[in-house]
Ligand binder design. Structure first.
Ligand SMILES: [Zn+2]
Length: 190
């Protein structure tokens, strides 16, 4: 099991020169990326890159759950994020997965504009504060926030350079409300 490669949505898994995009992946400019959280495998027979779901047994979200979510859109007073995984529950999520993170729930400090903290495509770790009638999320704690972000210009991963996040490809500098283990998270603790 230790050889299993767990990947997050947006992770680069292969190239179109090597493989075809299979289930759980998509191709963009010759790069094959994961479209979901799961285990990356190569289907040698069909020469396909595949991301298998972690498991298929569904779990219902509960208040207090810590989840991973994929940022879909950033609005003036909230972000919309799709919940993709419940930490500690190696299971698919049943029912609604569209979460809302209000601007006041992003950080303990004052945030005027969510666009200064999150960007579409980010993977965040968040706490579920409400399930019904709609999923509400919060990222105030130190261990909550972005765990993976890509450059808004060229989509390469951002990594720490001093106290800023920098793109290793185009050197664009960006900021985020990061979780305290950004860049160091252990995917096998999912
Ligand atoms: Zn870049």
């Amino acid at each position: 099991m230790s050889n299993d490669k767990i990947v997050l949505p947006g992770d680069r898994v292969s190239t179109s020169e090597e493989l075809l995009p299979g289930d759980g992946t998509f191709e963009e400019d010759g790069i094959i990326l994961a479209s979901r959280i799961g285990i990356y495998i190569v289907d040698e027979k069909h020469k396909k890159a595949v991301v298998k779901p972690l498991t298929s047994i569904p779990v219902e979200l509960r208040r207090g759950d810590i989840v991973l979510a994929n940022v879909q859109s950033v609005r003036s007073n909230m972000i919309i994020a799709q919940v993709i995984h419940v930490i500690g529950k190696n299971r698919a999520i049943s029912g609604d997965t569209n979460g809302t993170l209000r601007v006041s729930e992003i950080s303990t400090g004052y945030v005027k504009d969510p666009a200064t903290e999150f960007s579409p495509g980010d993977v965040i770790r968040a706490k579920v504060t409400q399930v019904k009638p709609s999923i509400q999320l919060a990222t105030k704690d130190r261990d909550l926030g972005v765990i993976k972000a890509v450059c808004s210009k060229c989509r390469h991963p951002l990594s720490w350079k001093g106290n800023k996040l920098e793109c290793s490809n185009c050197f664009n500098k960006e900021r985020r409300k990061t979780a305290d283990d950004y860049g160091n998270y252990d995917l096998h603790k999912l």
